[in-house]
Write a protein that binds this ligand. Structure first.
Ligand SMILES: O=P(O)(O)OC[C@H]1O[C@H](OP(=O)(O)OP(=O)(O)O)[C@H](O)[C@@H]1O
Ligand code: HPA
Length: 181
């Protein structure tokens, strides 16, 4: 039913699973002997994060942050605010920010600025998707699942008007459904 609104599927469930396995192996290798704190950025990253952590063969802890753009929800003003902060102290911790997508870079830039003030031992970023063609603020991601074209994608946690987060694939909406963002 959900996929009836999709014009083109970019990533199948199998594609996504392969990417998660690859990222999980990289993180497992890079954090040997460590106990990273994985910080999922609500809400989009939740589906990716729950699959990713099961591909990591280490003791990891998880926590969540929610940040939101000011404005009317369709046209971003470029300002970001904290909606939900962490429950865990990051002091001395190896933290990995988990994002579903890095688009303009504004969200990640803001998060990095905040987290850098909190004395973590290390801060890295893992994003399922990167859309570098849309970048407004330069940001660096240490682990990138896939680079996506300049199109608005939905599914696997990513929404359009809060819909499609529960679609198992990632795709581009039909133009009659997607009216522009
Ligand atoms: O690089 P940027 O242009 O800042 O965009 C990336 C952010 O936008 C999306 O979140 P959104 O604010 O839509 O919230 P959601 O995850 O709750 O859907 C996505 O999950 C990233 O956090
Ligand atoms: O392509 C996208 N899809 C859904 N949410 C998003 N937030 C930033 N870019 C996107």
């Amino acid at each position: 039913m959900l996929e009836q609104d999709i014009e083109r599927i970019l990533y199948t469930r199998e594609d996504i699973q392969r990417v998660n396995e690859k990222l999980g192996k990289q993180i497992t290798a890079d954090y040997q002997g460590k106990n990273p704190l994985m910080i999922g950025i609500l809400k989009g990253a939740i589906v990716f994060m729950t699959d990713l952590i099961r591909e990591i063969d280490l003791h990891v802890e998880i926590d969540f942050m929610d940040v939101s753009s000011y404005g009317d929800g369709t046209i971003s003003s470029g300002e970001v605010k904290i909606i939900k902060d962490l429950d865990t102290s990051v002091q001395g911790r190896d933290i990995i920010i988990v994002e579903d997508i890095v688009d303009t870079g504004r969200t990640l830039n803001y998060l990095m600025a905040i987290l850098k003030t909190r004395q973590a031992n290390s801060i890295k970023v893992c994003t399922l998707m990167d859309k570098p063609s849309r970048r407004v603020v330069p940001v660096h991601s240490d682990y990138v699942g896939m680079e996506v074209p300049n199109e608005f994608v939905v599914g696997y946690g990513l929404d359009y008007a809060e819909r499609y987060r529960n679609m198992g694939t990632i795709g581009v909406l039909k133009p009659e459904i997607y009216s522009g963002k």
